[in-house]
Design a protein around this ligand. Structure first.
Ligand code: BES
Ligand code: MN
Ligand code: ZN
Length: 497
């Protein structure tokens, strides 16, 4: 990850190899783009009329549009990059993130970059704007090169942000670096091929990542899971030659104001089990542990930021494989806490591992529980790859999470916890519950199932990230592959107190 420095000096005096400034779209179809304040000043330093120059090369200032302007020796940098922010009165912090990511793309071959992008927006607090630019640059320059013989190099080493008040932006920028780093940690775990993150190995890798931190790590192995009655996790894991794990992370700062439990679905590969998936549906199923990766990343950020909140993180890890030892369709599992579940479909495995983990979380007596899971294909059908699903038993908790989501640009939309309408579908023919219902309202059914395992009266929210955790095409500050959504939303929510 590139280093980030702050300064109040004018951009024209920077000694970076590349400078980046912003321009807004003009008002009306043929109107010229409008350089942001600092861009106009840089134009003067270059001895050009930047607006006229931009119009001449057909640059309109639409969001994320990028054009390079040669500097011909007028300043130290050899190139100036101008990035579009769209119409000035619509530009948001997320436009800044996306613009910064576009700049990061243009800066792939330089080592040093300087930009005054945060100063462009007067609709956002200076510190929020600086944080957004840092996030956009760091998330936008991410490449997963671990498995290539020649790693794709992003040469950018240092970024200097030119902001009006460097002291005021300092804390927000430091926090943005921590959050971006955690997001990229989640992306790395999700992008890792499934052979290298089978449950015991993934549990160890997560534990190692907390070696020098204030976070306690406890790993429940198959014996501990059997002793504790975790029939859901064991039932899903039994088809695999590698046993399941439940990882418990505890960050408990002195004087914590509240206690939050985060529960992540960690299916390290989802074949569907005996209810085997067709080949294409399996292609991306190494991402089925994105919820667990999110939890690990959020706990890491909470500890790095020294947030005054106790956080218990639970990673329910299992590999869902078909085999002679796998759970059968119509087998009955006894979950932690004693509820019984008839397995109608072994591909509805996430709710089985999460049920156990939610009971475990509830036993710790938290003030709120949030689970994060790539749970249902139906969530992808309903809202696609760029909007996640939220369901909740508590309106205040839902509202707080949605408010955090709006500030991070990670969109979520609420679906109803429709107990009245669909609760009866949960009933098993011979057991308490069944793990799959009718074809309709698949996302709601899954949420209702999970709710059965949440302790009475504990505010609970469920994030179905089946669509948003992964992208087959790059967009905004997301490369193809793992997105790291919703790490930033959850960190923002914890930061709110
Ligand atoms: N991991 C999948 C859900 C999924 C689908 C995530 C597509 C990401 C992209 C989950 O375990 C699953 O298979 N769900 C089934 C449930 C059904 C059998 C009730 C589904 O959604 O089809
Ligand atoms: Mn499945
Ligand atoms: Zn799954």
């Amino acid at each position: 990850m590139p280093r980030v420095d702050l300064t109040a000096d004018p951009l024209a005096r920077s000694d970076a190899a590349m400078l980046a400034v912003a321009a807004f779209a003009g008002d009306g179809d043929d109107a010229p783009p409008v350089p942001a304040d600092g861009a106009g000043a840089l134009g003067e330093a270059l001895g050009i009329d930047l607006a006229a120059e931009l119009q001449a090369v057909g640059f309109s200032g639409s969001p994320g549009e990028v054009v390079r302007i040669p500097t011909r020796g007028a300043v130290t940098a050899s190139t100036v990059v101008v990035v579009g922010l769209g119409a000035a009165d619509d530009a948001t912090a997320d436009h800044l993130r996306r613009a910064a990511a576009a700049v990061a793309g243009a800066a792939e071959r330089v080592e040093t970059l300087a930009t005054d992008l945060p100063a462009a927006l007067d609709t956002a607090e200076a510190s929020d704007a600086a944080a957004a630019v840092v996030e956009g640059l760091l998330l936008g320059s991410y490449r997963f090169g671990t498995y290539r013989s020649e790693a794709p190099v992003h040469r950018l080493e240092a970024v200097t942000l030119h902001v009006g008040d460097a002291d005021a932006a300092g804390d927000a920028v430091a926090a943005a670096q921590v959050t971006a780093d955690a997001t990229l940690f989640a992306r790395d775990l999700v992008n890792t091929p499934p052979q290298d993150k089978r449950p015991p190995a993934l549990a160890e890798r997560v534990a190692e990542s907390f070696a020098d931190s204030d976070v306690q790590v406890r790993i429940l192995d198959e014996q501990a899971l059997a002793d504790g009655g975790y029939g859901g996790i064991l039932g899903v894991g039994r088809g695999s030659s590698e046993p399941p794990r439940l990882v418990e992370l505890t960050y408990a700062p002195d004087g914590a104001s509240r206690h939050v439990a985060l529960v992540g679905k960690g299916i390290t590969f989802d074949t569907g089990g005996i209810s085997l998936k067709p080949s294409e549906a399996m292609e991306t199923m190494k991402m089925d542990m994105a919820g667990a990766a999110t939890v690990a990343a959020v706990v890491r950020a909470a500890a790095d930021l020294r947030l005054p909140v106790k956080v218990t993180g639970l990673l329910a890890l299992a590999e869902n494989m078909p085999s002679g030892t796998a759970t059968r369709v119509s087998d009955v599992l006894t979950m932690k806490g004693g509820k019984t579940v008839e397995v109608i479909n072994t591909d509805a495995e996430g709710r089985l591992v999460l049920g156990d983990a939610l009971v475990h979380a509830s036993e710790q007596g938290p003030d709120a529980i949030v689970d994060i899971a790539t749970l249902t294909g139906a969530a992808v059908v309903a809202l696609g790859e760029r909007i996640g699903v939220l369901m909740a038993s508590d309106d205040a908790l839902a509202g707080d999470l949605l408010a955090a989501s709006r500030r991070t640009g990670e969109a979520f939309w609420q679906l109803p916890l429709a107990t009245e309408q669909y609760g009866e579908r949960l009933e098993g023919a011979i057991a308490d519950l069944r793990n799959a219902g009718s074809r309709s309202a698949g996302t709601i059914f899954a949420g209702l199932f999970l709710h059965e395992f949440v302790g009475d009266g504990i505010p609970w929210a469920h994030l179905d990230i089946a669509g948003v955790a992964w992208t087959d095409e790059p967009y905004g500050y997301h490369a193809k592959g793992a997105t790291g959504v919703p790490v930033r939303t959850l960190v923002r929510w914890l930061q709110a107190g």
